[in-house]
Design a protein around this ligand. Structure first.
Ligand code: DUC
Ligand code: ZN
Ligand code: ZN
Ligand code: ZN
Length: 456
């Protein structure tokens, strides 16, 4: 089967020209101006942007967390992602403390394989580093194609590792050619502040925010950068939200260290004033919490400075009845918010359309950099001969309104209800097949493939 996309404005992290793109089976075979090719099917992309499929390297699908499960499965979550132009996601496997990495992987494979609609990969969250885990790191990299290892500096007793384990893990991951990623907040400080607020009867969502002040993130980000620098292991900070944390990364550049940084769409667009709406604020109870308006500006600038390399979502949706678990106590509210479907359109609308970032930068932070950092490039993240035909056709002018009534995520509210966006995903190809067209999904449950990743 061959498919020709003609006369689109082809945008990658580096290119911007009007041209054509030829696809044979699952792969792009030619890109250029006025390709002489004939194909079984032709799509006229005049007036549309033609971009690599989005990559969201931070999602939590069907994840056991805080006594419940995030409400999108690998099926519903990857389908919603496709509707929004994201063709590949990286989900998190969580090791249970006292158990092995392989057991956790088997559990996640059981939920994801044969059910995902879009392509997916896994990060392995190491929550208990010991001699057995050490052996398994090598097996994950060499046999499973899992080359990134997530750590938590918070959530003590469930997910957190201490600095002793962090140092040992980083030494081993460096040896095996992988990357360590981190939820960088100071868990002990946060646990203390949560207990203090609860003891004072301060139980609304606002106190979730006030229990995780900026310093808790700035301190942990700097500590992580220091351990990464000492061990020489590549380090990546997930969901960085604030000026203090970005300054810790900027300080690391002064000794010529690279600390890779991801932010999430919500930290670019929303701020902590949403926590003043009583229990409605639970929609945005996530960790780290939303920050101040000045932090949003820091993050946009950080993208243009090249310090913030990836815009992800930390998609971790919960139904309203799950959020109600925290109605009387913010510390029992499941942490997370839904965004997997809206990242690409919101980032285009608020970033490119409003003149904050260029189109090339948009593709870079929404797709290309994640592919490069996590060992999927150039198979994913670009439009080049040999790459997977993961392609978004995007109308840069069409306006629409986001709402729970029309979204495809399995969650009964929208964190962006009523948001007007300029720019709409029209057609999405995943490995050469038209996956989305005219607001309809044309690929079935199980079409999504597990993507093994290379060493970094
Ligand atoms: N933060 C969230 O908001 N949800 C899932 C995990 C996390 O760290
Ligand atoms: Zn076990
Ligand atoms: Zn996190
Ligand atoms: Zn997360």
């Amino acid at each position: 089967m061959s498919l020709l996309i003609k006369n689109g404005r082809i945008i990658t992290a580096a290119d911007d020209f009007t041209g054509d793109l030829l696809i044979e089976d699952e792969t792009i075979t030619a890109v250029g101006r006025n390709l002489p090719a004939k194909a079984d099917t032709t799509i006229d992309a005049k007036g549309l942007l033609v971009m690599p499929g989005g990559i969201d390297p931070h999602v939590h699908l069907d994840m056991p967390f805080m006594g419940t499960f995030s409400s999108d499965t690998h099926e519903t979550g990857t389908r919603a992602a496709l509707f929004g132009g994201t063709t590949t996601v990286i989900d998190f496997v969580l090791q249970k403390q006292g158990h092995s990495l392989h057991e956790a992987l088997a559990e996640w494979n059981g939920r994801a394989s044969g059910t995902a609609v879009g392509d997916y990969s896994f990060h392995m969250a190491v929550t208990d580093y010991n001699d057995n885990t050490k052996k398994e790191i090598r097996q994950m990299v060499e046999e499973e194609g899992i080359t990134s290892f997530k750590t938590f500096m918070a959530y003590k007793g469930a997910l957190m590792i201490d600095d002793r384990q962090m140092t040992a893990l980083m030494q081993e991951v460096k040896r095996q050619g992988g990357l360590v990623t981190v939820h960088a907040t100071n868990g002990d400080m946060i646990d203390y502040l949560i207990a203090q607020h609860r003891a004072e009867g301060k139980l609304s969502p606002l106190y979730h925010y006030l229990s995780q002040p900026e310093v808790t993130e700035a301190e942990a980000s700097g500590r992580f950068a220091d351990i990464a620098n000492y061990t020489g292991c590549p380090g990546y900070i997930v969901h960085l939200t604030c000026e203090g944390a970005l300054n810790a990364v900027r300080n690391a550049t002064r000794r010529n260290q690279t600390v890779l940084v991801e932010t999430c769409i919500q930290y670019l667009l929303l701020d902590a004033s949403l926590y003043e709406k009583d229990f409605d604020g639970a929609k945005w109870v996530m960790s780290p919490p939303l920050r101040k308006a000045k932090d949003r500006e820091t993050l946009w600038a950080g993208i243009n400075q090249g310090l913030v390399r990836v815009v992800a979502t930390d998609h971790c949706p919960f139904l309203w009845k799950q959020k109600l678990m925290g109605e009387k106590d913010f510390s029992k509210t499941p942490n997370g918010h839904p965004a997997i479907e809206h990242r690409m359109e919101l980032l285009y609308s608020e970033g490119v359309h409003k003149g904050r970032i260029s189109l090339n930068k948009y593709v870079e932070v929404a797709s290309t950099n994640a592919a490069k950092i996590f060992g999927m490039w150039p198979r994913k993240g670009t439009l080049a001969p040999g790459s997977d035909a993961d392609i978004v056709l995007f109308d840069p002018n069409e306006k629409h309104t986001l709402s729970a009534a029309t979204h495809h995520m399995n969650v009964d509210y929208s964190a962006y209800e009523g948001w007007e966006v300029t720019g709409k995903v029209k057609t999405v190809l995943l490995r050469g097949r038209v996956a989305i067209n005219n607001n309809t999904c044309l690929v079935e449950k199980g079409y999504g493939q597990f993507i093994k990743r290379n060493k970094v």
